[in-house]
Design a protein around this ligand. Structure first.
Ligand code: IPE
Ligand code: IPE
Ligand code: MG
Length: 261
């Protein structure tokens, strides 16, 4: 049967997550901090699966910040190892679901074999059109903005910068703005994550520590996000028009009464 119905696809969103609370979660259970990171990596896999189910267009996970370099070397080394293992584990899903994988951040200082694993996965998934999965590793929002500005100055000496040019010089230029941000672990801050891209994101701060974060928590936040009214500085024109015309009617009545008409 031929129908004339027009297919409209639902909007798709970019979620960003600050996966915080691994160390405290482990300590509370009498384990070393790295225990929390191991569990945290497994949780990240489940969340990616759920992001695919929810048909998000992008998910960006904060895995290691520029400031995290000041942690003890042993913890940093565990995080590098976990990163490599995590990517290798995610390979199958990336192929099955056409996930476009990227890492944003400065990879200087990472073991050569880890960088190779990252670059291989990026190359393999470069042309995929599914979920954009981005890990922010060695990442800082300020560093990203600075590096975009410096790249512009280098390539266009003497020319002014504008927003479009700046975004084109970001680590992943097509990633775009974040629609909603989740931070687990109880703190209410952005810790230098995607400073530019978060400009109009809806923010969700949860007490749950990352190793306990479940796919149902992501779904729950997503549902709450869909109910939020995003105004982007505007007002709801329809309801405002109704209000104005109602006021006009009321004023007329008042004026009419005053004039005794
Ligand atoms: C987040 O968990 C993971 C990274 C920053 C690498 P933390 O390691 O910050 O855990 P807490 O916040 O100390 O509990
Ligand atoms: C933010 O967590 C970075 C990551 C989750 C990778 P931190 O634990 O480093 O943030 P602060 O130090 O509490 O701000
Ligand atoms: Mg933390």
């Amino acid at each position: 049967m031929i129908t004339n119905s027009v297919k409209t696809s639902a909007p798709s969103y970019h979620a960003a997550i600050i996966m915080d609370g691994n160390g405290r979660w482990a300590k509370e259970r009498g384990h070393p901090r790295f225990w929390g990171h191991i569990r945290g990596a497994a949780v990240a896999s489940k969340i990616i699966e759920e992001a695919v189910n929810l048909k998000l267009k992008a998910i960006t996970l904060f895995s290691f910040s520029t400031e995290n370099w000041s942690r003890p070397e042993i913890e940093i080394r565990v995080l590098f190892k976990l990163l490599g293992k995590f990517i290798l584990k995610e390979k199958k899903r990336a192929l099955d679901k056409k996930i476009k994988f990227r890492v944003i951040g400065d990879l200087t200082g990472l073991p050569r074999e880890t960088v190779k694993i990252i670059r291989d996965m990026e190359d393999m998934t470069r042309d995929f059109g599914g979920l954009k999965l981005t890990l922010a590793f060695g990442y800082g929002g300020r560093a990203e903005i600075l590096s975009a500005v410096n790249l512009h100055i280098k390539n266009n000496p003497g020319q002014e910068m504008d927003m479009e040019k700046l975004e084109k010089n970001f680590f992943a230029p097509d990633l775009g703005d974040v629609d909603f941000l989740i931070r687990t672990g109880g703190d209410h801050r952005v810790s230098n994550f995607l400073l530019w891209q978060l400009a109009y994101a809806e923010l969700f701060f949860l007490d749950t520590k990352w190793p306990e974060f479940a796919p149902s928590d992501l779904r729950n936040v997503y549902d709450r996000f869909l109910k939020r009214e995003r105004r982007f500085g505007f007002i709801d024109a329809t309801s405002e028009l109704k209000k104005v015309s109602q006021m006009a009617v009321e004023n007329k009545t008042v004026i009419g009464t005053k004039n005794g008409k």
